[in-house]
Design a protein around this ligand. Sequence first.
Ligand SMILES: [Zn+2]
Length: 426
Amino acid sequence: MKSRYFPYSDFLNATLGARPSYAWRSILHGRELLVQGLVKNIGNGKSFKVWIDAWLEDGLMRPPWRRNNYFNPDLRISELIDRDKRDWDEEALEYHFLPADIIRIKKIKPVVETLSSNQTTREEANRLPSLNPVKAQVWDLQTDPKIKVFLWKILSGALPVATALISRGMRTDNLCQICGEEDESINHVLFTCSWARQVWALSGIPSPVEGFQNETVQKSCEDWKEWAEAQVVEEEDENGGSSDDQPRRVSQNCGTDHLLKRWKRPPKEWLKCNVGVSWSSRNRLAGASWVLRDYEGNVVLHSRCALVSVMDKKDAQFKALIWAIESMKSHRVEKVVFGLEDACLVKVLAKPSVWPSFRFQSMEVGRLRGSFRDWKFFLENSFSNRGAFFIAQSVTSDCRLQSYVDRGHPSWLRGLFAEEMVSSSV
Ligand SMILES: [Zn+2]
């Protein structure tokens, strides 16, 4: 099995491959649970003895190697965790372990408990929106019965998509038959599939912001709430806390106006750089693009590049951002707003101290701060960022691998950018 599916890596890093057998797919499914189990097992580390328990993954599970001759056999994993930083204590790791093991340890995220953690989880669970009222509304719609049934099936998770079939024991491919991404879910088919995104974009109906990135409709509601909060942070920063018109802006963001969220121009003397990302799980290929516009909405420059060996979508988004920042630096752009679709990344960059587990990302970005007079990060939605996304998508869907920078916009997107220039002026 190793020679066929992961000749050059280990079991935990093996990929699905081109023609996976049913058995191999089942094993990989089991592996996901195993990995979750591994992480959970360490938990807060109080019950684990560092030198005795096998808690490091290195082909097999084993205890770490000792760096020092003298050691305390009762040392607990919990003593290696820095509670304030909510992460591993770097100094302790360097003192006790060899560099190769430190890398392995850092792959595990320690759980740091706070007193109220149980309570918060329960409160969050209570706040989760129930879908029942929405389902009830479906039957009152003035439309064809067929469409009502279809909507009800969507909300009830009753469409025969691959993930649903597989969970009921059917032997079928879990790849989306259109774009080839793994895990064809209802949410994927309707919203996140590249084909669906194009249909939404071309329909002119603004697609709900950020809500369509996750697996369930319920999760989408949560994501939207998070997104709304992130927008409030952004507005505060922009206004420098001016109190008179702030409440109005906040309430706008929480209302239905988010559906009309269109592309926004940067302030005068600033340029805006929209970063587009498209990622394919089939060949670990990512397309990245940026579109640079002035405060009147004119496209000054745009660029595209292909990124290889990108492990996941998050990684793609981060690498694309670094590439875009470096491009802005080399074009000597002084004041720039980066428009990104990754809500998490925008939050990390706005308040790095609150997100210690993303320290690597915030430090990598922070390193480039000195190249600019000023910069900002703005959360775009899939509608307002669609121009950049389409350029990035040409890498993954049409396999256009050559990179380039060009003046203006691509001619095939003339209509789209002209429309955004007009709609952003009102
Ligand atoms: Zn798809």
